[in-house]
Ligand binder design. Structure first.
Ligand SMILES: [Ca+2]
Length: 146
């Protein structure tokens, strides 16, 4: 029992020391990873896939909060982050790697909208609430375990 507590504390310490690099386990059982590179939405999908992960998908308020916490604990809290939500090739937004429509939503006020903006980012301008942006924009992204 005590050993488990100690291990949990050690794990938390490791996460806080290494910031953006480790895979961080969320309350919903997923692990997250923020790569050191920036890319457009298409390459972000490829990058996550190539390391055995997927571009992040957010299905609940709990997951949203977990991802924001990971971002804020990383060294990159002044960037925007791609998620796998897009409306490319479809009517309305969906999660690219599952094809499911968005159930939970956290759009910032006035979003989504804007010409040629078809991919979703967590935006530093609105405390990481959701914005749509042009999919070709180069920025950071969050990968998750599948
Ligand atoms: Ca927008």
């Amino acid at each position: 029992m005590k050993l488990h507590l100690v291990l949990a504390i050690v794990l938390l310490e490791i996460v806080s020391i290494f910031g953006a690099n480790p895979k961080i386990i969320s309350p919903v059982g997923k692990s997250y990873h923020i790569p050191t590179v920036k890319s457009n939405w298409f390459k972000a999908n490829s990058h996550c896939y190539n390391i055995g992960m997927r571009l992040v998908r957010i299905s609940s308020s709990e997951e949203h909060n977990a991802v924001v916490k990971v971002i804020k604990a990383s060294g990159y809290k002044y960037d925007n982050f791609w998620t796998s939500a897009t409306e490319l090739g479809n009517i309305g937004y969906y999660w690219f790697h599952s094809g499911q429509n968005l159930q939970f939503k956290k759009w910032a006020s006035g979003q989504p909208g804007g010409k040629d903006e078809h991919c979703m980012q967590l935006s530093r301008y609105t405390n990481f609430e959701w914005h749509d942006y042009p999919c070709t924009e180069v920025t950071r992204f969050v990968c998750e375990t599948t």
